[in-house]
Design a protein around this ligand. Structure first.
Ligand code: C2E
Ligand code: MG
Ligand code: MG
Ligand code: MG
Length: 288
């Protein structure tokens, strides 16, 4: 009898699949409540102009801090949010919060700062997306050109003609567009001339191994080629994941416009980002 019961149980749980489903259901339930509970918060990572050595703006990177699970990575919960239809609320939340934060920095006197917001595929494909962007600009009162939206190649090529028309509408608002993680997606160069974008973010996988090392010249070659191509297309280049001074030096030599990465700062909560700005300019002014 005990044997039969045991077998039945094993039948019911059928390997790890059900345990996985259970975990996932729990995660889903938690995520559904995360916004109301204030567990979601954008962090901000500074972007540095290579020429002027000034902070030009921040990228908003979402964080989920759950009391039981701890800090959950956006790489985990963003795809889940897309799947269960929560990305609409979450995307809207990040967009509005980020614009509001930028307005605060502008009010403090840092009028030149921009804010970059990541847009997921589902969020971008929604009919109300342009309207939402317009609303976020109106609610915060920031100039449209200070809002940069980051799109990935897979988002844009999902439905090319539709994507181009939405991108044109966004640019008519004055918003800037950039291609995130460039080089990791489909990277069809022919699309680059059709998509109305302003800047391109070189994926960190190319930056990671960039060094003066004679034996690793391929990443350098790719980075240089991307920067040269962008020059011809009048696109601004942003290097993501810059971790060393050597990488910084090389990127500057290659003519990359903007750097973002741990060498400058990790993403941080709004109040820390504010302190970072204050300190950054205090140090800079006392040394220059
Ligand atoms: P991403 O937009 O390409 O963001 C860059 C990622 O690289 C961030 O990871 C950032 O923390 C990390 N990073 C920055 N500098 C360095 C560095 O020097 N070294 C290394 N190793 N990593 C660095 P994070 O914050 O975990 O975000 C991961 C991805 O999740 C983002 O990639 C983006 O695709 C997505 N994501 C984040 N926030 C949002 C959001 O609000 N909405 C949407 N739709 N996606 C988001
Ligand atoms: Mg990004
Ligand atoms: Mg990226
Ligand atoms: Mg990335």
């Amino acid at each position: 009898k005990a044997k039969e019961k045991g077998r039945g149980k094993r039948e019911f749980f059928k390997g790890e699949m059900n345990a996985f489903t259970l975990e996932r259901l729990k995660l889903e339930g938690y995520l559904r409540k995360a916004i109301q509970k204030g567990e979601l918060q954008p962090y901000f990572q500074p972007q540095l102009c290579m020429k002027t050595e000034r902070i030009t703006g921040f990228e908003a990177l979402l964080r989920w801090n759950h009391p039981e699970l701890g800090l959950v990575s956006p790489m985990q919960f963003v795809p889940l949010a897309e799947e269960i239809g929560l990305i609409d609320d979450i995307g809207r939340f990040v967009l509005f919060e980020s614009c509001k934060q930028l307005r605060h920095w502008h009010d403090e006197g840092a009028h030149h700062l921009s804010i970059s917001v990541n847009v997921s595929g589902r969020q971008f494909q929604r009919l109300s997306f342009v309207y939402e962007v317009k609303e976020a600009l109106q609610a915060s009162g920031i100039p449209a050109e200070c809002l940069h939206l980051e799109l990935t190649e897979s988002t844009m090529i999902h439905n090319v003609q539709y994507s181009i028309s939405i991108m044109q509408e966004l640019r008519e608002l004055g918003v800037k567009l950039s291609i995130d993680d460039f080089g990791t997606g489909y990277s069809s160069l022919s699309y680059l001339k059709d998509f109305p974008v302003d800047s391109l973010k070189i994926d960190q996988s190319f930056i990671r191994h960039l060094s003066d090392d004679f034996f690793n010249t391929s990443d350098a070659a790719i980075i240089k080629a991307i920067i040269m191509m962008c020059e011809g297309l009048s696109l601004t280049t942003v290097a993501e994941g810059v971790e060393t001074y050597e990488q910084m030096k090389l990127l500057r030599e290659y003519g990359c416009h903007t750097a973002q990465g741990y060498i400058i700062s990790k993403p941080m909560p709004a109040n820390e980002a504010q302190l970072f700005l204050d300190e950054f300019y205090t140090i800079k002014n006392s040394t220059s």
